[in-house]
Write a protein that binds this ligand. Structure first.
Ligand SMILES: [Zn+2]
Length: 198
């Protein structure tokens, strides 16, 4: 089990190994819904702008990418970040949490658990792929609100549904993030709108 999981983690991070050199692109998926797409298939994030604030989905890993995501949000809206959602625990999706810590951080209970229990090996794996200095200013910033099955976030005129994908997905805590009945974000984030995938 542990071996299988570490392979999954390795596969994920291998895909994203040279993320620092790829230029991410910001793409509007729908009014107020944006994808921050990692270049050449690298780590994706996203954000949803509501009337009250911004909900960030996955915060990237390397500090420079987390800060770039933050800049893109600022260029898009003057609304503050109010919530952060982590789709799973892998560092390339969660280690940027500290740069968005003014938002309430939400994840599946297993994601929080994996971040805590796998911390040491997880950091070692992250350093292996992103460089020994990549966690120099890192501070583990954990989800503050967790759920186990399904959660509905109603905020600033939008309704977002967070749905657990089951323990046999990419990690033990994968979730889908849906808005207005469309699924936009998931672990190893896919962007799906009205049946099309890109
Ligand atoms: Zn992953």
């Amino acid at each position: 089990m542990i071996r299988q999981l570490s392979f999954a983690l390795m596969a994920c991070m291998l895909v994203f190994a040279d993320v620092a050199v790829a230029a991410p692109e910001l793409k509007a998926l729908a009014p107020g819904v944006y994808a921050f797409i990692g270049g050449e298939g690298k780590t994706n994030s996203g954000f949803v702008v509501t009337e009250k604030g911004v909900v960030v989905i996955d915060t990237q890993g390397p500090a420079e990418l987390a800060m770039l995501l933050r800049e893109k949000i600022k260029e898009t809206t003057d609304k503050p970040v109010t919530h952060v959602i982590n789709t799973h625990y892998h560092g390339d999706h969660t280690f940027g949490n500290q740069y968005f810590a003014e938002g309430l951080i939400i994840a599946h209970e297993n994601t929080r658990k994996e971040l805590v229990e796998r911390d040491e090996g997880h950091r070692a794996m992250f350093r292996k792929f992103f460089g020994q200095e990549s966690l120099k200013s890192f501070s583990l910033t954990l989800p503050e609100m967790t759920f186990t099955d399904r959660m509905i976030l109603r905020h600033g005129g939008r309704t977002m549904e967070l749905v657990y994908a089951g323990a046999k997905a990419h990690t033990e805590g994968d979730i889908f993030v849906c808005s207005q009945r469309r699924r936009y974000f998931s672990a190893e984030t896919s962007f799906i709108t009205e049946g099309s995938r890109f």
